[in-house]
Design a protein around this ligand. Structure first.
Ligand SMILES: [Zn+2]
Length: 154
């Protein structure tokens, strides 16, 4: 089946494909926290290879930088990014796990000094299990599961 038929086509923007089923909602929350004005279309539990299902997200009129795209690896390490121009894919790449995340999330530890000081949040990313990443805060040195960050305000 042609992937383009599964979710309405966009003229220009970014398609995040091959998101493991169930992770799409987390990425959606993450994207909305980052910028609520984006126009986003989401497809959940779409058919994928090997009889598994996948989620897919289209963000109109936004081209992700590689750094932005790699932040999505926290929730979907297997995701691929398709850059769309004039309804065609002009660039395609797989997300890679970032070593660090700057200025995106607030530290979940409410006692962390990063909340009271005017500093940019910084986390170090570590893989603890095949599908599980942890983020360690630069300031309080506490570690948190990456899934936790989808629930938080930026
Ligand atoms: Zn902290």
């Amino acid at each position: 089946m042609d992937k383009k038929l599964q979710v309405e086509a966009i003229e220009q923007g970014t398609v995040i494909d091959h998101i493991p089923a169930g992770q799409g909602i987390k990425i959606l929350r993450f994207l909305q926290l980052a910028d609520t004005s984006k126009r986003i279309t989401i497809g959940l539990n779409l058919p994928a290879r090997n009889r598994q299902s996948k989620d897919l997200i289209k963000v109109a009129d936004v081209i992700f930088s590689e750094e932005q795209a790699n932040q999505l690896a926290l929730f979907a390490p297997t995701a691929t990014i398709n850059v769309i121009e004039n309804y065609a894919v002009v660039r395609k790449f797989q997300v890679t796990q970032p070593d660090r995340i700057h200025g995106v999330f607030r530290c979940p530890n409410s006692n962390c000094i990063s909340h009271s000081e005017a500093v940019i949040s910084q986390f170090y990313v570590r893989q603890t299990k095949p599908q599980q990443l942890k983020l360690k805060c630069h300031y309080c040195e506490k570690s948190f599961a990456s899934s936790l960050f989808a629930e938080l305000k930026g």
